[in-house]
Write a protein that binds this ligand. Sequence first.
Ligand SMILES: [Zn+2]
Length: 365
Amino acid sequence: MKRFFLILLAILVPFANGISAEKAPKKEKVKNVILIIGDGMGLAAASSWMIDNHYAPTCFDRAQFVGISKTYSANSRVTDSAASGTAMACGVKTDNSMLGQLPDGTPAPSLAVLAKEKGLSAGIVVTSHVCDATPSAFYAHVPKRGMSTEIIQGMLKERLDVVAGGGRKYFTDPEKVPENMIEKAQREGFTYCSTPEEFYQTKATPILGLFSDGSYPMAIERDTDFLRDAAMHTIDILDDNKKGFFAMIEGSHIDHAEHANNAEQLTFEMEEFDKLLNAVFDYADTHKGTLVVITADHETGGVTLLPGSKDFTKGDTGIDVKFATTGHSGIPVPIYAYGASAWRFGQVMENIEIFSRIKALLLEK
Ligand SMILES: [Zn+2]
């Protein structure tokens, strides 16, 4: 009997662990990279979504390879989004609050800018505001993350094909900016869109999409799948370039829900993130040479999943989502990878290696 189980295990274990990985194209050249950042999304946040679904397949179950990213910054075991965004965007460990530069102030170019220099297209979509830390790491070089005017100047200089999210007030506040930066962008040839609907109707790049004064509303506050729809329209724009593209899409509010220790907000954010990932995986299935890398910049909230009082066999999850902090934690974060050369992300690595591996695959082939 024991032998029978061993044989059964020998058959089933590779099947269970390897069925997705087997499908991943190993030698396919990488033409497009879609880097998706769930801000603050640790393993517990991703797992809470899997448990909420009663272990029915989620986007995370579709991942072909899974790795671990070490998120500490140059001056702290617990990073902020500026230093970790810089690590993934520019491949350097820097101090908390710094964007696109080394601790000594030396600027470092981002994957988006390097892709543009090579003739590829590049775009950024977030649910936060476009001057927030993660997106800004892809177009700014400033010592303090709050320097929104300098961040906008960097954004206009780099002329990425798409920059979309919230943040109108940072462009127009007369106390902060020397002039209306939306009008300046338009004078410099940017197509400005003030609503997602306007954005979905245009492909005239470069596009600056500012859909709200501050951050775009959280998923719990709206009926639309904004993150998925804005991401897929951006990809539709970027993939007109035969040379390929780099896109960074951020589910920014996962972090905000965790800072607020709000499990209900977190569930809505994870639901939207799931729709985004499934749509992007479907895209990779039909567009050869597309690599999708999903990770977080850091863990937020010290999220943990404790036994709940409810009986999960009667239709509830039986799990209580608890938080250990309203800040960030030092817990390493998962990396999920899908598509061309996804296997390159199936290891334990420094967050800066996400940059170097994408650069090697996309820009140095
Ligand atoms: Zn945060």
